[in-house]
Design a protein around this ligand. Structure first.
Ligand code: SAM
Length: 161
């Protein structure tokens, strides 16, 4: 498989899962996008979930101008500082859906990141809420339901509280 094949596979899994989540997500609760990047997945989520409040977390916003969240919905800063403040503001269990795509090519760094991030995400998730992520998380109060989504094993991860 070429690197191009591999990118296409990853992005296809990402898009398929965002579509799946948009169908499955509870009607109540906030939607969180962790890592704005170019704004591609944010753009997809807002198109699939019109009318929903989507908060986006990013430490260095540099997205396509068409994909910048509206005033008040882009939370700028390191997620390990901004997420706890967000939880104080909106409360434990306020999120219906969290999409996390903040990893890099460094697998060890990604593992540490996921370990640190897991308790913060778990606190924010409402009962029945879902986390979709580009890597595995350690979430004792959630069930790994990746295999029920149709996505190939190990490509993208889905958890439900
Ligand atoms: N999903 C995005 C898209 O479709 O365009 C791509 C996201 S990109 C892979 C990851 C983003 O996460 C980067 O823009 C990076 O700046 C951001 N990021 C990584 N670690 C972060 C952290 N600790 N706090 C806030 N943002 C972070």
């Amino acid at each position: 498989m070429t690197r191009l094949d591999s990118v296409i596979r990853r992005l296809t899994a990402q898009r398929d899962l965002l579509d799946w989540a948009a169908r499955e997500v509870s009607a109540q609760g906030l939607v969180l996008e962790l890592g704005l990047g170019n704004g591609r997945t944010y753009d997809h989520l807002r198109a699939r979930l019109p009318g929903r409040e989507i908060y986006v977390f990013e430490r260095s916003p540099a997205a396509h101008p068409d994909c910048i969240p509206p005033e008040g919905y882009l939370i700028v800063g390191d997620i390990f500082e901004t997420l706890p403040l967000f939880t104080e503001r909106f409360g434990v269990g306020s999120a219906a859906l969290i999409h996390s795509d903040i990893g890099t090519g460094d697998e060890e760094a990604n593992r540490v990141l996921a370990q640190r991030l897991s308790p913060l995400l778990e606190t924010l998730l409402q009962p029945g809420g879902m986390i979709i992520a580009d890597r595995a998380f350690d979430l004792p109060s959630c069930t790994d339901i990746s295999s029920r989504t149709g996505v190939a094993e190990g490509r993208y991860f889905v958890y439900r509280r």
